[in-house]
Structures are given as C-alpha cells and as structure tokens.
Design a protein around this ligand. Structure first.
Ligand code: ZN
Ligand code: ZN
Length: 368
C-alpha cells in the first residue's frame, strides 16, 4: 500500500489547506467523468480519496503518522477504503461543490451522468459597463449558455406517462446507514443515499429531451440592472439565475462582475468626473460662458475673467451617483487655453501692441 502523503504528492508536515488543494488537483485530474472507462484513473481517484479521508482528519492523520497504515486499520475506526465512487462523492461533496464554482469546472462536473445530484452551479460573468451605464443604472440584456429546466418533463427527468420509482437501495427513505466498529463502540453513520441522492426515488424511463437530467443546455437572455455608481470589481448576485440543478434541484446563482470601460472623454475619480476644456484666449482674459457636455447633458459653465491654464472649475452634483447612497459626485473642468499658432498680419499687429501694453516679466514659483 502506498504512502498517503506520496499519493497526494505532499510533504509530511503539510498544512490541511495544502492537503486539500493537492487532493482537489488529483480529484480533478482523475475524475471519472473525464476518464470514462479508464480503470487506472479510477484507481488513482479512489486512492487519492482514501488518502485524503485519512489526512484531512486530525485524529486519523496522527494515528497514521505514528503507526502507518496499521494505525488506521487496527482499531476499526478508519474508513475501509472506497469501493464505490458514490461514496467518494458523498464523503467529499464539499470539494466537488467548490470545484463547480467556475465556468469550466462547473460544466465538467455537472453535465455528467454521475449519479450525484445537487444544486446547479453558479455562473460568473464579467459585464463591461460605460460611465453612461454607471451614471444612469441601465438594464442590459446578456446572452449566456446555461442549463435550464427541461420543459418536456418539468425537471423530474421522466419520459411522458412515466413517474418516479421508489429507490431500491434505500427503500425510499433517502438514507443509507452504515454500522462501523470503533474503539468507542458501534457507530451508525447515516448518509444520503448514493443511488437516489437522498430523494428516495429514481427514474424508470428517462425523458428523451434531457436524458433524465431534468435540464438542458441552452442560450438564455438575462436582464441585468446595473446599480448606479458601480466600480470595476463590484459584483451582484442574481439568485437562481445560474445553472439549473439536475432533476429539478434548485438553480445556482449568476454572479455579475462589473468592469468599467475607458471613456473617450471623461476621467473618473471615485464619484467625480474630470474633463479637460480648451478655451480661447479672449474668453480666458475677459471671462464668459462655455457649453460643457456632462453625463446628464450639456450645461453652461461660467468662466471667470483672467482664468489661468490648469485651473479647475467645479460643478457640484453633476458627477456619478455613489453606490448605495444618495450622494452624488462633482463634475470638474480643467481649463486649458488655446494659443493660436497661425494668424494673419492684423492679429499679429494686435498682439504686438498688446505686448507693449501688458507685458509682465516671467515669474518663478515652487513647482506644485
Ligand atoms: Zn426532461
Ligand atoms: Zn435511495
């Protein structure tokens, strides 16, 4: 019998987390859905599960560390080794659940003919959003491929005119009991039935459309309301909008992660919006009004006379709404002055005269 640490490819002093990760990797690699009919893979899968069963339990692990395989078998408290794959799924259900979180993994583990039936997996989706979307909180429709409830059988997996039969393994109770001898005495271990996954019933004649799965994979449109003020990385969970579960089990969730796209005109600073305005020389000198495009339409902005390049003008409450709040950011306009490069002789003369009248020597100040 091989060393459990060696089977999982971990060091003897590995942390529970390292052991769990190592097991997840092995379980994924040798999962029977991925290696159909491959006996070696099945053997390795069982072997890894057995090693994990021992090394993930503090008590069993310390006995194994002291006495080796004999420490586990000796007093009867240990697991006798997995002979049925369903034992593995029911024992380490959490591991397989967790693996089902992401797109690829989820599809892989749940589309199979494995008898494990559980809540549908979550779907994750990154939704690009513009500042306009974020400002007004638009509703966007996305199309995703996911499992939905089978219409033909309404999720029960049975062909028309057929129903569910009582499970012969658990006689309809949905539970299996295992009596084990331990050094504390007899231990009765109650687990959900592997044959019917605790439902107590099995399909006698599967639905043709979903092959007894109770769900089919299809393109679906999902409406997503963008909460005003979201930032890149904000996410929302649409309960029940993920993959439908097998045999009418509840659906998983859809997790939408928002990703703000770069705007051609505006820069975002938290809830403020900043824009560069280029105004002409005479407006900078005399002051005036300019029209500025904001997210809520054009506004008239007063330019005070004698404004300098680089000065910021603040328009209150014209920025972005703050997420989950009534506060609104500001709209900031940075002033730049357009200095003409090409001009006719008349303009040249005026500027020459201007220079005579208002010329000021250059000044120097500390850089800020
Ligand atoms: Zn069906
Ligand atoms: Zn059963």
């Amino acid at each position: 019998m091989r060393d459990y640490y060696e089977i999982l490819g971990v060091q003897k002093g590995s942390s529970p987390k390292e052991i769990k990760n190592a097991y997840r990797k092995m379980a994924f690699k040798y999962h029977p859905d991925k290696n159909q009919g491959n006996e070696l893979a099945e053997k390795k899968f069982k072997e890894a599960a057995e090693a994990y069963d021992v090394l993930s339990n503090d008590d069993k692990r310390s006995r194994y560390d002291q006495f080796g395989h004999a420490g586990i078998k000796g007093n009867g408290a240990g697991h006798p080794g997995f002979t049925d794959l369903n034992d593995i799924f029911s024992n380490f259900g959490d591991i397989f659940e967790n693996m089902g979180g992401g797109g690829g993994f989820g599809d892989f583990f749940n589309s199979s003919s494995s008898q494990r039936r559980s809540r549908g997996t979550d779907l994750k989706l990154t939704l690009p959003v513009t500042l306009e979307d974020i400002f007004s909180g638009k509703v966007k429709t996305v199309r995703v491929q996911k499992y939905i409830l089978c219409d033909d059988c309404n999720g029960n997996g049975c062909a028309k005119g057929y129903g569910l039969n009582q499970c012969s393994v658990c006689n309809g109770t949905g539970e299996v009991r295992k009596v084990q001898q331990s050094f504390l005495g007899q231990v009765v271990n109650v687990q959900p039935c592997y044959n019917c996954n605790g439902k107590g019933q099995v399909i006698s004649n599967p639905c043709k459309n979903c092959k007894g799965d109770g769900r089919v994979r299809k393109h679906s449109s999902i409406e997503i309301e963008i909460p005003p003020g979201v930032v890149t990385g904000s996410y929302l969970t649409k309960r029940g909008a993920g993959n439908a579960g097998e045999m009418g089990s509840p659906s998983g969730n859809l997790i939408v992660i928002f990703d703000e796209v770069d705007h051609p005109l505006y820069l975002r600073d938290e809830n403020d919006i900043i824009i560069d305005a280029y105004i002409d020389y005479s407006t900078a000198v005399f002051g005036g009004k300019i029209e500025v495009p904001t997210l809520s339409g054009k506004i008239k902005l007063k330019i005070p006379k004698g404004i300098k390049g680089g000065q910021l003008l603040r328009v209150r409450n014209k920025g972005l709404p703050e997420l989950n709040s009534h506060r609104v950011g500001d709209f900031l306009v940075r002033i730049n002055i357009n200095i003409p490069k090409n001009f006719n002789s008349k303009v040249k003369q005026i500027i020459e005269e201007l220079k005579q009248e208002i010329y000021i020597e250059p000044e120097f100040k500390k850089f800020r």
